[in-house]
Every structure is written in C-alpha cells, then in structure tokens.
Design a protein around this ligand. Structure first.
Ligand SMILES: *[C@@H]1O[C@H](CO)[C@@H](O)[C@H](O)[C@H]1NC(C)=O
Ligand SMILES: [Zn+2]
Length: 592
C-alpha cells in the first residue's frame, strides 16, 4: 500500500480530463456519450499528454491499490489555449501588471459596500445606494468586460454578466462573487493598521475591508477576463458571472433574486460547474493542501422563550423565567451534539487525503487507511482528529447561545426571558433532526419546571393541564437551511477533477514549478454559508474555493470579518492566474 504520494503522482498515459478534439472542428462531446467518446479522445491524446491521467487509470489504481483513498489528478495546463495561457502568465509576472492589479483591487476596496442585517428593500433603504457607485467603478475599471459581456441587472444591484461562447450547445461555467463586505465596527477603526476603506498598498499588501472577502474574487475574475479580452480571447463555452450584493447578510436581496434569473437563463442543471468564494489552501502535516468546499453545513437559529407569571419581587416563586431559562441553557451546553466522523462525509474525505501528508503520524496514517473497513480504526481516527476543535466543529452539528434577553425592572418578576441558539448543521444531519434533538433535550426540564411546552409549532405537553409557565421553541429570523448536497468528487467527477488540476496548474505556474509534489487537493467543507445556498438547482457541481493562502470563508487568519483585512499582491495575482486557467481549461474541456 502506498502511504506516500509517490504512487498517485506517477505519470500515467491517457488523457484527463476529456477534451474537445480541437477548437476549429469542435463538436460537442457529451459525457453522456460515454466510453466510446472517452476512448476516442483518450486515443487522440494518448501520446501527446505527458501529465494527463485518465479516469480509467485512477480506477485501476483504486482496484489494485486500495490504499489510494485520495486519488489525485495531475496539474492541468490548457492545451489548445496554451499560447494564450503562457502569454498571460508572463504578463501576470511583470511589475507593471502587479501595479495594475493593485489599482483594480484597491479601487474596489475604497468603496465601502457594507451590508447590514435587517436592511430594507432596494429603493427604500438608502444604504444600498453605494452599490451604484461600485457598479460605476467596475464598469470603468474593466471597460472590455463591460462592453463585451451581456449584462442583466437583477433587483438593481445584482449583476449577471454573460460572456457568450461560440458554441451555444455547451453548458456555461458559472463564476460567483459577492460585492458586499462585512461592516467595520466603529469602535475597532483605530485597531486597523491602515484605515479599513483606504485600499492602501504598502508595497506588499492591499489593505482594507473586502480585500479578501470577497473583492479579491470579484475583482480577480474581472481582472482575468479583462486581460483575456485584451488578448482577443473568444470563449467557445459561455462564461456567466453572478454577483450578489448582500451575501454577508444571507443574500436575501441579492443571490436570492439572482437565482431564478440564472435558472431561467440556462435551466435546471444547465451549468457545467459553479465556483464561488470559499476556503483556499494551507499547510497541514507538512503538505500544502487545497480544500475546495464540496458542501456547506446547514444553519438554524432557535429561539427559546420562557414565560411565567409576573408579580412583585418580594413574593417570588422558587424559579423566575430567567432562572428557568438559565437552567435550560446550562443543560444545553452540558449536552453538545454527538459528533462522529462518518464514512463518505466531506470531513472524512478530508481526513483520507491526509495520508499524502509527509508529517502525518504513522499510526494515524495506518488508521485512516484502515478506517474504510475497520470500526476500531475509524474510531481512533475520530479521536485523534477531534483533538482539533475546529475540525470537530466542521464534522458535527454545533450549538452556540448567541443572544439572551429577559427582565425589565429590578423589583419586577420577569414575565419573559429568551435566548437564541445558533446551530451549524452537520452535512450528515438535517434541519428536522436538529429540531427533534433540541425538542427532546428540553422535554424533561419543561416538565420539571411545570411548563407547558410547544416546540416548532407542535404541542409537546398536554394542552389542558394547568402549568406554571410556558416554554416555546421556534425558528428565529428565518427558516433553517439544510446542509448542501455533496458535489461529486469521485474519479469520474470531471468538474471536481478539472478544478483540482487547475488549482495545481495555477499554484505551480505562479511559483515557476511544475509537477504534482507541491500541492495536494482534498475535498473540504464550508462551516459558513455562501450565496451558493440559492444556486443548488443550477448544477450539482458546486465548489466553494478561493485560490489564496488561508483566505475566504474557511479561515479568519487574514483579517476576514475582523480588523486588518489585507491581501498580498502576490496572492491576488495568483488568484487571477487561477481564474484565467480555470476559464481556459473549462473552455476546452469536454464537459457537457
Ligand atoms: C403546575 O402549575 C400549576 C399552576 O401554578 C399548578 O396548578 C399545578 O399544581 C402545578 N403542577 C405541578 C405538578 O406542580
Ligand atoms: Zn464572503
């Protein structure tokens, strides 16, 4: 069995992923055409493809060597678009381009597109108005994108740009990035090294709110497109660019209104793949690992409300509403959700990929390999990896009591007390399972305090029995969000493998290296949510990935959502390389 990366990195003949035969004679090659087409394409490139690896090869590897539980494709360099890719890559390496990229990004950061909770509809709440300035900025900064792509505005500030390909039978690539940023708290402004909306460039970093999340993605895509247009690139496959404007406050006005328009444009499952913001790459156990998010945890806020008789504080009952609520909350924290690493879950797949990391302890590597069939090994892997609380949080359903309120006066018994618990729901669970668990956990407390109990609209206790007070559980603010379905990642999941090869090519070309030793690709998961929550119908191949070191929603190490958000210009240019490579690779792929 292979415990190093030596086996998977071996160069095998064949072609991966399947590509259209050539641009000039391009004929749609549908995956549905199956093995025949695959064989033809494989034959065509059998000898011309030094770094390609075929799905069948991986399959054989899996069968002959079941230790290979995290198959890797090789870096994927555009072939029919190679000259353009190379020329752009050279341009991106120049100081002149870096300064251009600084200007593009800094200009965007300077416009404070903050989105706040509870904003009124567009047109009534003036706080949306700055998105008009932002739109003007982007139109001016990217003149070719603006003049070449077809724009549809949705709910005024939502933007859908369609870059029409020459072959309209091909499903488009969908790229998403949001325009809004998390507000900067007034009280923290003096903690910023440079003012949060300065877009200051200190020679290495562009500073400011949004420089990572997600203006690096939004401007990175446009910078790639503008550069490609300047080089007269004409896509074969349509590229669609969708930009919401309130992702940081759940996308109610933005992505939610964009979704039906996108659906109408190309239909259900009408997009080849979708890439939106997400986690990037970072070192784990001595190996740089990129973790495109193949799923997202679910979300639910639960309001716990306790009501009991009011009255004068001088003749109190043994427990007030506040006392009872406190007991409930203590009980909740004493009972975290049971968390298990389950085979087939995204976090389990992440664990499997660690076998390729050189500094993984040998015993853990052995257990990960055996966990596929051995319960004891799976349990040991779980115990070991759960020592990292962040990993454990990604696996299970979490609970955090984030709000509390109760009482109005020091000499009056509180008639009401409430708290809100925020849940992030495991990919292996659901909104209803989470409701059921909360409901059951509080049943005995409700009866011990003699409370009538209603949970999520259902009466739990006998309606007619006299009770001291009332306990109510309900969904706060919005309806719960189910965890996202897993995007396919198997060896025949072309979009995932194409993304993987693209990440490697971008990473390598930025460093002037080649080969597959540098970077490993592993399925990952988002702990937070993105605008993709509204896009599930558009494609099953949804990836949350930002090609930077520890950027995006996956990590908070770069000032994301806090003070001193900044990005190095090197990282930003590397993102531009990533988007360029992705667009070119998808353009010449044989995706449907
Ligand atoms: C519950 O509270 C009601 C109202 O205060 C009271 O009539 C009833 O006896 C209590 N039941 C128990 C079991 O304490
Ligand atoms: Zn974001």
């Amino acid at each position: 069995m292979s415990t190093s990366n030596e086996k998977t990195d071996k160069i095998l003949p064949g072609t991966w992923p399947p590509r259209r035969v050539s641009l000039s004679t391009s004929k749609r090659v549908s995956l549905k055409a199956g093995l025949v087409v695959l064989a033809v394409v494989a034959f065509t490139f059998l000898w011309s493809s030094p770094f390609a690896i075929g799905p069948h090869d991986i399959h054989e590897q899996l069968e002959t060597n079941n230790a290979d539980i995290c198959p890797q494709v090789s870096e994927l360099i555009p072939r029919s678009n190679f000259a353009l890719w190379k020329a752009l890559g050279d341009t991106y390496g120049t100081d002149a381009f870096k300064m251009r990229a600084v200007d593009w990004l800094a200009g965007a950061v300077k416009i404070p597109t903050e989105s706040y909770d509870q904003m009124g509809p567009v047109g009534t709440d003036p706080r949306w108005d700055k998105f008009s300035t932002f739109y003007d900025y982007m139109s001016t900064a990217f003149p070719l994108v603006h003049s070449t792509l077809e724009l549809t505005k949705v709910n005024t500030y939502g933007l859908i740009y369609v870059w029409k390909g020459t072959d309209s039978s091909l499903q488009p690539l969908l790229l998403a990035a949001h325009q809004d940023v998390v507000p900067v708290e007034e009280t923290t402004i003096d903690q910023w090294q440079y003012p949060p909306f300065s877009g200051h460039f200190d020679g290495e970093r562009v500073w400011g709110r949004g420089s990572q999340d997600d203006k690096s993605g939004l401007i990175g895509i446009r910078s790639a497109m503008e550069s490609m247009l300047e080089n007269k690139f004409q896509p074969t496959r349509t590229v669609v660019l969708a930009s919401g404007f309130d992702e940081e406050t759940s996308g109610l006005h933005g992505a939610q209104t964009l979704a039906p328009v996108l659906l109408e444009m190309f239909g259900e499952n009408g997009y080849a793949m979708l890439v939106d913001e997400g986690s990037g790459y970072g070192e784990q156990f001595g190996r740089v690992i990129a973790t495109p998010g193949i799923s997202e945890k679910g979300y639910m806020d639960v309001m716990i409300n306790v009501a009991s008789p009011g009255g004068h504080s001088s003749i109190p009952p043994p427990h007030t509403s506040i006392g009872i609520l406190a007991d409930i909350l203590v009980n909740l924290e004493k009972n975290p959700f049971e968390v298990h690493l389950e085979r087939g879950s995204p976090t389990y797949m992440s664990a499997q990929c660690l076998i390729h990391a050189p500094e993984l302890p040998a015993s853990l590597r052995r257990d990960i390999i055996h966990a596929e069939r051995n319960e004891g090994a799976l349990h040991r892997v779980e115990q070991e990896l759960f020592k990292d609380p962040q990993f454990k949080s990604l696996v299970g359903t979490t609970q955090a009591i984030d709000l509390i309120n109760g009482g109005v006066k020091v000499n009056a018994l509180p008639e009401q007390a409430w708290a809100v618990v925020n849940h992030r729901i495991s990919t292996q669970s659901s909104v209803s399972a989470t409701k059921q668990r909360d409901t059951e956990l509080l049943t005995s407390i409700a009866s011990s305090f003699n409370l009538s109990y209603t949970a999520f609209g259902a009466r739990i206790t006998d309606a007619d029995a006299p009770a001291f007070g009332i306990l109510t559980l309900s969904e706060a603010y919005t309806h719960g969000l189910e965890p996202a379905a897993l995007s396919p990642t198997g060896h025949d999941a072309v979009p995932y493998q194409l993304l993987s090869g693209t990440i490697k090519a971008a990473y390598n070309s930025h460093r002037g290296v080649s080969g597959d030793d540098s970077l490993l690709i592993s399925p990952g998961i988002m702990s937070g949510n993105t605008d993709t929550r509204y896009y599930w119908k558009l494609t099953e191949h949804i990836f949350r990935y930002g090609h930077t070191d520890g950027a995006g929603g996956g990590s908070l190490s770069s000032g994301v959502h806090t003070v001193n958000e900044a990005i190095t210009i090197g990282s930003f240019v590397e993102m531009i390389r990533f988007f360029t490579t992705l667009i070119l690779n998808v353009d010449e792929s044989a995706l449907p």
